[in-house]
Design a protein around this ligand. Structure first.
Ligand code: C2E
Ligand code: MG
Ligand code: MG
Ligand code: MG
Length: 279
C-alpha cells in the first residue's frame, strides 16, 4: 500500500515530519472531510487460539485523496485532540458491527474487536452508543469485543470499572490492549472486569533475545490466568515467536505470521476461513 501513495504524501509522512505542527494541521484539515468523502475503511486481522480462528481485530484505514494513505498512528491522536474521534469512533463501531452481523447472518459468526480511544470511552453515553450499535445491526453482544487501553482508566478507575461492568452485563467482551507497554498496574487488573489482556507487541518482539522479557511475559500470563483472563500475544511475526509466546502461556495469537489485517472479502469471501501458516 505504501507504493500506492502519491510521492508528495510519502514525503509528508516521514516520522519526524508527521510529528510536526505542520503535518498535524494538514491531517486535521483533511480529517474533517474524511467521513463525508468516504475515505475510511476497516481491515480485519485474524486472532487464533491453536488452529482455530476465534475472532478478528478491526483496524481503521484512511486513504486521503490529498495525503494518500495515512496510518492510524499518525491520525488517531489528531482525531482525539480535535474531538473528531467521536464521529470517527462511531463510524468504526457502526461498520464493525455491520460486518460482524453480516458474517453472523452468513453462518460464519466471527467476533470483531474494536479499538476504543480514551475520549470515546469517557463519554457519558458510551454504553448507550454501544447498545444502539448492537441493536441497529441485530448483533449478538458476544460477537463484539472492545479493546481499551490502560491510558483511559488512569484518571477514573472507579468510573471505568463501572462502565466495563455495564458492558459485560450487555454480554460485550472487553480487553486491555498494549498491556505492559504503559502505566500497567496490578490494581487496574484487579479492579477492571475485563476478559482478556493483549500483551504489548514490544514484549513479543524483544522476548527472543531477552530472557528477562520472557519471564515478564510468563509472569503476566500467570497473573492473568489467576484472574481468569485470556492472554493474547500480538505482533507475532515468526514461527519462533509463535512457539515462544505459546510456551509462555499466551493462548491467543495475532500477527503477520498468522495473517495481516485484510478486507472482509479477503478474510471470508467465498472461501474457507484461513488457517495458521504453521502447525
Ligand atoms: P493496536 O490496537 O495495538 O493494533 C495492532 C497494530 O499492530 C496494528 O497497527 C496492526 O496492523 C499492527 N500489527 C499486527 N500484526 C503485526 C505484526 O506481526 N507486526 C507488526 N509490526 N505490526 C503488526 P495499525 O493498524 O497501524 O494500528 C495502530 C494503532 O492505531 C492500533 O494499535 C490502535 O491503537 C490504533 N487504531 C487502529 N484502528 C483504530 C480505531 O478504529 N480506533 C482507535 N481508537 N484506534 C485505532
Ligand atoms: Mg488493538
Ligand atoms: Mg495492541
Ligand atoms: Mg498498539
Amino acid at each position: 500500500q505504501a507504493k500506492s501513495r502519491g510521492k508528495n504524501a510519502y514525503q509528508v509522512f516521514t516520522p519526524e515530519l508527521a510529528r510536526s505542527v505542520h503535518a498535524r494541521e494538514h491531517i486535521s484539515r483533511e480529517l474533517h472531510f474524511a467521513l463525508e468523502r468516504e475515505e475510511f475503511s476497516l481491515r480485519y486481522q485474524p486472532q487464533f487460539q491453536g488452529q482455530q480462528l476465534i475472532g478478528v481485530e478491526a483496524l481503521l484505514r484512511w486513504h486521503s485523496h490529498v495525503l494518500g494513505d495515512v496510518p492510524p498512528g499518525e491520525f488517531i491522536g489528531v482525531a482525539e485532540d480535535t474531538g473528531l474521534i467521536f464521529a470517527v469512533g462511531e463510524w468504526v463501531l457502526d461498520h464493525a458491527c455491520r460486518q460482524a452481523a453480516a458474517w453472523h447472518a452468513a453462518g460464519q459468526p466471527l467476533r470483531v474487536a474494536v479499538n476504543i480511544s480514551p475520549r470515546q470511552f469517557a463519554r457519558q453515553d458510551f454504553v448507550t452508543l454501544v447498545t444502539a450499535a448492537l441493536t441497529r445491526h441485530a448483533l449478538p453482544a458476544r460477537l463484539l469485543e472492545l479493546e481499551l487501553t490502560e491510558r483511559l482508566v488512569v484518571e477514573d478507575l472507579q468510573g471505568a470499572a463501572a462502565k466495563i461492568t455495564q458492558l459485560r452485563q450487555l454480554g460485550v467482551l472487553v480487553s486491555l490492549d498494549d498491556f505492559g507497554g504503559g502505566q500497567s498496574s496490578l490494581s487496574y487488573l484487579m479492579m477492571l472486569p475485563v476478559n482478556a489482556l493483549k500483551i504489548d507487541r514490544n514484549f513479543v518482539v524483544n522476548a527472543e533475545q531477552n530472557e528477562a522479557g520472557q519471564r515478564v511475559i510468563q509472569a503476566i500470563t500467570t497473573i492473568a490466568h489467576a484472574l481468569n483472563l485470556h492472554v493474547v500475544a500480538e505482533g507475532v511475526e515468526t514461527a519462533a515467536q509463535l512457539s515462544l509466546v505459546s510456551s509462555l502461556g499466551c493462548e491467543v495469537v495475532q500477527g503477520y505470521l498468522l495473517g495481516a489485517p485484510m478486507s472482509a472479502e479477503a478474510l471470508t469471501g467465498g472461501r474457507t476461513l484461513p488457517a495458521p501458516s504453521t502447525a
